[in-house]
Design a protein around this ligand. Structure first.
Ligand SMILES: C[S@@+](CC[C@H](N)C(=O)[O-])C[C@H]1O[C@@H](n2cnc3c(N)ncnc32)[C@H](O)[C@@H]1O
Length: 242
């Protein structure tokens, strides 16, 4: 999709950049008013954090997924599942790489605290705007209990969603579910915050191979280098011939 995207994809964790921007502005104005340089400097840092966060959510995330989806080289008839698809930033970019026989399936609980304006209808509208509504399917459901049969998908992706599950046991269950619905030989791509390092162990325990965990650099800084984005990729072993 890149810079040519036609849908509206909102802001991830919208209260975070808002908090930085409001806090930064108050400190700068207050610091100037009171004549306290320290307050002004801290305020400027907070405003910079807001700017870096906005870059990650409006541009950086899209660039990370352009690269990740290009590297996947999806087959035209692939069945792709996006866990926590939100407004469809990744789901629809994947759908655009499929042919008419492919399927891009998104599942979400549509939480607006995690993404502004999050709603199934918004994602459906974006699918129409991007010209891929014919190959997109949307479901309402929890990542810890996927309503799909074992081995239903060739590729399972997830962008910045699994970390939203509070308890480690919940995140582990979601990853096990992802592996369960993946077909033998299928691939997983999870892009998430630093906590994604935890997913590597679970994928290994579930017998996944070719596990790679990499840092996505400045495009994935959610305010600064202390809040980086990781991309974890893995493959499910192909079924053994008897
Ligand atoms: C930060 S947004 C990212 C959305 C989208 N993947 C993207 O990159 O634009 C996280 C998404 O995860 C969804 N989510 C969080 N916890 C979930 C859960 N337990 N089950 C399903 N979806 C969940 C939220 O509703 C939200 O749409």
């Amino acid at each position: 999709m890149g810079e040519t995207r036609k849908g509206e994809y909102g802001f991830d964790a919208p209260y975070v950049p808002l908090g930085y921007a409001v806090g930064g502005t108050v400190l700068v104005v207050g610091g100037v008013f009171l004549g306290v340089l320290g307050l002004v400097l801290v305020g400027i840092v907070l405003l910079l954090c807001a700017g870096v966060f906005l870059h990650a959510t409006r541009r950086g995330k899209f660039q990370i997924w352009e690269n990740a989806l290009d590297e996947l080289k999806l087959e035209p008839d692939a069945r792709v599942l996006d866990l926590g698809c939100g407004r469809g930033a990744v789901l629809l970019a994947a759908a655009q790489r499929l042919g008419a026989g492919g399927r891009a399936v998104g599942i979400d609980l549509w939480r607006t605290v995690d993404q502004s304006g999050n709603a199934l209808e918004t994602t459906r509208r974006n699918a129409v705007a991007e010209g891929v509504a014919d190959r997109v399917e949307l479901h309402t459901g929890d990542l810890t209990e996927l309503p799909f049969a074992d081995g239903s998908f060739d590729v399972v992706v997830s962008s910045l969603a699994i970390h939203n599950i509070d308890a480690e046991i919940g995140r582990t269950t979601a990853i096990r579910e992802a592996v369960r619905v993946l077909a033998p030989g299928g691939r997983i791509v999870f892009v998430d915050l630093r906590i994604a390092a935890e997913y590597v162990d679970v994928l290994g325990e579930r017998g996944m191979t070719d596990i790679v965990d990499r840092d996505e650099g400045v495009n994935g800084w959610w305010s600064g280098p202390w809040m980086p984005t990781r991309r974890v990729t893995a493959r499910k072993p192909a079924a053994r011939r008897l």
